[in-house]
Design a protein around this ligand. Structure first.
Ligand code: 8YV
Length: 315
């Protein structure tokens, strides 16, 4: 039997590429010099798209594949997939939830600690001889005992909050409703009230049209000059221009970001700021988690073509 043709939007590690190529006829869009010509040539035969969270599949890509049955996302976020276009054509969508939750939460907490304790600057202080020359490193702010806010208490937000409890932080959260599994933590129905309350504000919301720029200029100002915003979700949840303005003027104390509008390109103003920690969208980037994500991506594809139930359907 011939292998089903799938469109591969971005690269995967070699431990996924090999098994994928064995089972499927992979058409690698990311290697094409002319993406439009590539889609025009291969689109009609494509039965599934294998993509990544941040790459998704837009309306144009979906339209170029008239025989498309499934989009399998390597990532929990599927905001970059045009779900309306999928619904209109009965195209199924899967993602890779759960397997990455713990690592994403770990990195979020690590970013808070790293930024609050000035670990990047402290490393330079040792390496560039400042320690020997100038003595003690400037004092930084503590984390333990302070107020943490989690905006979006889903799977990842919950794991972040659990970890913060280990630092004896005072934990609050905001979500569309109070969660019965979070009775130890303070609930704010109004995200702005959470922002006003928090020293460290974690953005852990799944991105959607409803959450677009939920962290706006007012929200950022409410976190305030002593506060820090940590984003391990999607850039679209924050008004990045307002964030940069607030970091520059000091109306926001600090930020720690794993995601950026237009990534991997960055607004160059970020590079001028010393109160922001910049990470290359790698919260799920451990070997263990990426192997589990790749397996789930492939298992969803295989289940579909075997006529079995999808393991982690979105649509
Ligand atoms: C990326 C992510 O998919 O889970 C998500 O939604 O954005 C990430 O895990 C990952 O960087 C691989 O591209």
């Amino acid at each position: 039997m011939s292998r089903p043709s799938i469109l591969q939007v971005g690269p995967y590690p070699e431990w996924d590429q090999g098994p994928l190529d064995q089972v499927f006829d992979t058409k690698r869009l990311f290697e094409a010099a002319d993406a439009d010509a590539f889609l025009a040539a291969h689109g009609p035969n494509i039965r599934a798209i294998a993509t990544r969270g941040e790459l998704g599949a837009d309306a144009k890509m979906i339209a170029a594949c008239p025989a498309l049955e499934l989009i399998s996302v390597y990532g929990v976020g599927y905001d970059a997939v045009d779900l309306d276009a999928c619904r209109a054509r009965g195209i199924r969508v899967t993602n890779t939830p759960d397997v990455l939750t713990q690592d994403v939460a770990d990195l979020g907490v690590a970013m808070m600690l790293c930024q609050s304790r000035g670990m990047i600057g402290a490393e330079s202080w040792v390496r560039d001889g400042s320690w020997a020359r100038e003595g003690l490193y400037p004092l930084k702010r503590r984390v333990f005992g302070r107020k943490a806010g989690v905006l979006g208490l889903g799977r990842i937000g919950f794991e972040v909050a659990k970890r913060l409890a280990g630092f004896d932080m005072d934990i609050a959260y905001s979500d569309i409703a109070a969660k019965d599994y979070a009775s130890d933590w303070t609930y704010f129905a109004n995200p702005l009230a959470l922002a006003q309350h928090s020293d460290f504000l974690f953005v852990t919301l799944a991105a959607s049209a409803e959450t677009h720029y939920i962290v706006n200029a007012d929200f950022i100002e409410a976190v305030g000059p002593e506060g820090m915003i940590i984003n391990i979700s999607r850039a679209a949840n924050i008004d990045e221009n307002a964030l940069i303005t607030a970091l520059s003027s000091g109306t926001l104390g600090a930020a720690a970001l794993d995601v950026f509008e237009g990534e991997p390109a960055l607004d160059p103003r970020f590079l001028e700021l010393d109160n922001v920690l910049l990470q290359p969208h790698h919260a799920s980037g451990t070997i263990e988690t990426r192997k589990a994500m790749g397996k789930l991506l492939r298992d969803n594809l295989s289940a579909h073509f075997a006529g079995h139930d999808l393991l982690s359907p979105v649509l």
